[in-house]
Design a protein around this ligand. Structure first.
Ligand SMILES: CC(C)(COP(=O)(O)OP(=O)(O)OC[C@H]1O[C@@H](n2cnc3c(N)ncnc32)[C@H](O)[C@@H]1OP(=O)(O)O)[C@@H](O)C(=O)NCCC(=O)NCCS
Length: 273
């Protein structure tokens, strides 16, 4: 039987275990997606909790089914499944979008992923993210209108990524940013329109180190940051003093040995030896 609207030939039926293969294809990544949620959300306690209470995970179930139907030309059915998923989870994923492995959508409410959006592996989206187009018109139907997100990308809450450009591997998009242009690998983009606030090296940008909320755990709090600054300054001054102590030019005329620390301090301060 021809599947309505399908560009692909109908699938052969009657092969032993066919249904099992379809089920396996649809749900083969479920376990790794649950584990990805557990690994990336400090608040998640068990697999059962993820299955029952995480709309991001549930939305992916609806998406996988809708996308499978879409691929086989069941467009209206795919859209309907996607719509049911949206009503129940608050997350709208067009069945035509292409999503890689272990996507984690945290909180989820208000996330919109457009028809021609592509998302790589191990990405994280927070609530209110839009992966959308800039000037949606009917003429653009069938063309690439939405962004392509690389691997290990984190998109902060409320961020809008609009247009058919690429967001590089390991990039981080700040909360509430509006990204309208290509993002290099490892870049941190913030603001509206988004500007580059930083860039990690290639190794830092890659897997596996997920940073909750996109913020590196190595960044200390403000007091620790200030203390670190003071310690750096003390170390630099010590090094400079040691350098001065070892300088023969600072030796007192008539004395062969370099002056001691006290003499150097007095000379540097302009005092008489
Ligand atoms: C973008 C982000 C990943 C940067 O984190 P970071 O590496 O720790 O960067 P810093 O905090 O050192 O900030 C770097 C610069 O960007 C600015 N900045 C950071 N986040 C910003 C944002 N969302 N919007 C505007 N500017 C931002 C900082 O003020 C700083 O500017 P400065 O250099 O002029 O002082 C992080 O701030 C962020 O937005 N994460 C997403 C969090 C989120 O969505 N949480 C939802 C949880 S429910």
């Amino acid at each position: 039987m021809l599947v309505p609207g399908s560009a692909k030939p109908p699938r052969e039926r009657g092969v032993a275990g066919d249904d099992n293969i379809v089920t396996a294809m649809l749900f083969k990544n479920l376990r790794s997606e649950i584990d990805a949620t557990l690994a990336r959300d400090p608040a998640a306690r068990s697999r059962l909790e993820v299955v029952l209470c995480y709309p991001g995970f549930q939305a992916l179930l609806y998406y996988r089914l809708a996308h499978w139907l879409w691929q086989y030309g069941w467009h209206l059915t795919g859209r309907f499944i996607s719509h049911v998923g949206r009503v129940l989870t608050g997350i709208e994923i067009h069945p035509g979008a292409r999503i890689g492995k272990r996507l984690f959508i945290d909180h989820g409410m208000g996330v919109v992923i457009g028809e021609t959006a592509e998302i790589g592996d191990d990405c994280t989206l927070y609530h209110g993210v839009t992966l959308g187009g800039t000037r949606p018109t009917r003429e653009q139907g069938g063309q690439k209108r939405h962004p392509t997100i690389g691997n290990n990308v984190i998109v902060g809450s409320g961020a809008q990524v609009l247009g058919p450009f690429r967001v590089g591997d390991g990039a981080r998009i700040g909360a509430a940013s509006v990204v309208l242009r290509e993002v290099p690998d490892g870049a941190t983009m913030v603001g509206n329109p988004a500007r580059q606030a930083g860039r990690r090296s290639g190794t830092e940008a890659g897997p596996p180190g997920f940073e909750p909320y996109g913020v590196s755990g190595e960044i200390p709090d403000p007091i620790a940051r200030a203390l670190n600054g003071l310690l750096d300054e003390v170390a630099a001054l010590r090094a400079r003093l040691a350098e001065l102590e070892a300088t023969p030019d600072l030796a007192v005329p008539g004395e062969s040995a370099p002056p001691g620390p006290e003499a150097v301090r007095r000379r540097v301060a302009g005092a008489q030896p």
